[in-house]
Design a protein around this ligand. Structure first.
Ligand SMILES: [Zn+2]
Length: 148
C-alpha cells in the first residue's frame, strides 16, 4: 500500500483541489461526473486514477449515476492504456476505508496496467466455509437488499 495518507477535510482534500485546478495534475480525460489523471506513484506506466468530481468518500457514498460514470470512464481509460502501453494484463483496484486500503478519502478507482513480476500483490486467504454458510450469507444479503 502507498505510504501517503490524506486526512484533509471534505472539500479541501487533494482530489477536490485537483478537480478545482488548484493543484496540477496530468489529466487524461473528464466528463460531467468524473476525472481521470495519472497516479503520481505509477506502479506501472499508464497507471491512472478515475475519481468522482464531487467529494464522496467511499463506494457507499457515490450515487448510482456516479458509479456508472466511473466504470465507463475506467473502461475508456483501460482501452487507451491497452492501446498506448500494450500491457499483458490490467487490474482495477478500488479501496474503501483505511482497513480496505484507502489512503485518499475521496472516491477513486485505479486503472493499473499489469506485467509479469511487477511486484503488485494482494493476499487472497480462501476460507471455503461450505454450502450451508454460503446460503446463510446470501440470505442475509438478500434481506439487506430488500431493506435498501
Ligand atoms: Zn475531495
Amino acid at each position: 500500500m502507498p505510504m501517503f495518507v490524506d486526512h484533509s477535510p471534505p472539500g479541501q482534500c487533494i482530489f477536490c483541489r485537483l478537480v478545482a485546478g488548484e493543484i496540477p495534475s496530468a489529466k487524461v480525460c473528464e466528463d460531467a461526473l468524473t476525472v481521470a489523471f495519472m497516479d503520481i506513484g505509477q506502479v506501472n506506466p499508464g497507471h491512472v486514477l478515475v475519481a468522482t468530481k464531487r467529494h464522496a468518500v467511499t463506494l457507499l457514498d457515490i450515487t448510482p449515476e456516479e458509479a456508472a460514470a466511473v466504470l465507463q470512464t475506467a473502461q475508456r481509460v483501460a482501452r487507451a492504456a491497452q492501446a498506448a502501453f500494450d500491457p499483458p494484463g490490467m487490474t482495477l483496484f478500488q479501496a474503501n476505508g483505511p482497513v480496505g486500503g484507502q489512503t485518499v478519502f475521496h472516491f477513486h478507482l485505479h486503472v493499473l496496467p499489469r506485467h509479469e513480476d511487477d511486484g503488485m500483490a494482494l493476499a487472497w486467504p480462501r476460507k471455503e466455509p461450505g454450502g450451508a454458510v454460503l446460503q446463510d450469507y446470501a440470505a442475509r444479503l438478500r434481506a439487506a437488499l430488500q431493506d435498501g
